[in-house]
Design a protein around this ligand. Sequence first.
Ligand code: NDP
Length: 479
Amino acid sequence: MNIKNYINGKFVDPIDDEWIDNFCPGNGEIYGKIPNSSKKDINKAYQAAKKAFPAWSQTTLEQRSRLLIKISELLEDNLQQFAEAESLDNGKPIWLAKAVDIPRAASNFRFFANAITQFASESHESVGQDAINYTLRQPIGVVGCISPWNLPLYLFSWKIAPALAAGNCVVAKPSEVTPMTAFLLAELCMEAGLPKGVLNIVHGLGSTTGQAIVAHPDIKAISFTGGTATGAHIAKIAAPMFKKLSLELGGKNPNIIFADCDYDEMLTTTVRSSFANQGQICLCGSRIFVEASIYEKFKTDFVKKVKQLKVGHPSDPKTKVGALVSKPHLEKVLDYIRIGKEEKGEVLCGGKQVKVKGYEKGYYLKPTVIEVPTDDCRVNQEEIFGPVVTIMPFDTEDEVLKMANKVEYGLSATLWTNDLKRTMRMSKQIQAGIVWVNTWMMRDLRTPFGGVKNSGVGREGGLEALRFFTEAKNVCIKY
Ligand code: NDP
């Protein structure tokens, strides 16, 4: 299926009529073309957004809220179609797209539709000076949203919903690898009655289309989720123009398991936190540290469970691990497995490609567990972003804390323990934007989301997102 750009309320071809192949990870075949948009297309989208902005920013909160709720409802009504498209495009099991990705995208619209109606600003009375200050929270204007391929609609909507709710107009680009659900979303926006030009979705390569959004002098804020190297590149381009930036970047998250945890629950959740979405979630616990007294037991039980995970075609309801998103990505992950072996890591299970019957050209990989000899080897330090985890034992809290923090990233961490004092101590000291204790990826949309160190700058979620997508202006009145 060929897709088009959505600019000024219409589906249009790219100006230069250039197209890119879209591959299906499940069978490795081309199944459509997407626009290879240029600077000209981004400028066209910007012009449409600029024209729409004055009217959109003046809509009442209720009008905006209703529209976003309508989009959310339409997504729910079209769950099956969206889940199929997401699974086909990304390689994730269809049940996962149906249970998590698409419902969460609908929740994102509903959440920000409600949040904007509760978004209050402050006032400060300057006592003794007969003056009052109040803060206006004004939309920025035209903003850019750029999202990755791992959770396509989930993360796309996580950006555009607060941007629109706050009264901005948007030029957005999904990953060229997974453009389908953003394309389908445009149809729903039309059906919901979103005014033309308020949201513009332009498809194409990161290095051209994405970069044109970042480099556009009049797109004043960029919300980006993707790799750390891309984030650094974007920051360099945006800095001389003093753009507002929110950067949600890579992770290499520790999963720290103490002997006093609820073992069965930990084991089940650790399988999920390691391999959900083929391990292609920035929050996956890719470094597993286990207290020495239960290490051997854990190793045996974990590997046994991992071997049972069925690798299969994304449309098969029994599939637990689907296809990786692309051939280059599969090759990158395989390369890391090779590096792990070279570094004297022992592959306890997986480590190989899988040929799924009938879909031999698909990008399948067995879930892989590597026992590493030290924490500073490359597979334990660098983001692999696939179905590969490392495991190693630790003796003391201090030791594991040092290892957990000894990476360039700081996105999330998981702790398994029933010791409250230890929980409090460690949660304070772990360098991460999110710490889960005795759970993983439990998300409350009101909470701040983001990373420290090379995992990013800024926070999304709840009021943080609405703050990012508005400028605060102080008005001081002497009476
Ligand atoms: P990339 O950084 O390659 O791409 C992210 C997005 O940026 C894509 O839309 C991409 O387009 C675009 N892009 C690429 N180059 C540029 C550029 N020069 N200027 C502007 N845009 C550009 O990341 P991936 O898509 O490979 O996603 C995986 C990464 O995302 C992992 O590192 C993961 O940890 C991180 N991530 C972080 C999350 C967080 O919340 N912190 C959540 C999810 C993922 P295209 O794909 O078309 O090249």
